[in-house]
Design a protein around this ligand. Structure first.
Ligand SMILES: [Zn+2]
Ligand SMILES: [Zn+2]
Length: 169
């Protein structure tokens, strides 16, 4: 789980530090399924103590194992979402107004897991397709058309076209 150590940082206003690290993530829940990571996520983040809060900005990279909606084959989807969140220490009185989108933490570490999961989910494409050129499965015989051509597709379309022409007469 990605944890940020802010023990020193949270004490000094204006303090800034850059961190790069790898961290495991649990499978990401999406539409009743779970998406697995093929390797730990890599983070490059800058933490800044802005006085009444700590900003965390940067990006991270994940390799997700997903299934192509056309050919049903598994493939690797790499994402590099931007990360930008602000955390405040709930055990300290916050000087100045609290912003609605700030997230609270307590202690010397910040667990950014929920925000990381959200950033992944927000950056997922509407549909998983292994490649724009993926030809998918034949709807009639199920042949993977990326690997082999079958005969039924063309015939089927011709048949439908013939019926349509018949109707239009
Ligand atoms: Zn595919
Ligand atoms: Zn076919």
């Amino acid at each position: 789980m990605p944890f940020l150590d802010v023990e020193r940082l949270k004490k000094v206003k204006g303090e800034r530090k850059r961190v790069s690290f790898d961290s495991d993530l649990s499978p990401i829940p999406v539409d009743g399924n779970e998406i697995n990571l093929l390797k730990p996520a890599h983070f490059d983040l800058t933490l800044t103590n802005v006085g009444n809060a700590i900003t965390v900005e940067g990006s991270f990279t994940v390799d997700l194992e997903v299934q192509c909606g056309r050919c049903l084959g598994n493939f690797v989807l790499s994402l590099s979402p931007d990360f930008s969140e602000t955390y405040y220490d709930r055990s300290q009185p916050v000087p100045g107004p609290l912003r609605e989108d700030w997230i609270s933490f307590s202690g010397d570490t910040i667990d950014i897991t929920p925000e990381v999961e959200n950033a992944i989910i927000l950056n997922l494409p509407m549909r998983f397709v292994c490649s724009e050129q993926c030809r998918g499965l034949c709807p009639v015989c199920g042949t993977d058309l990326n690997k082999k051509q079958c005969d039924c597709v063309q015939e089927n379309i011709d048949l439908r076209m013939a019926k349509l022409k018949e109707l239009l007469k």
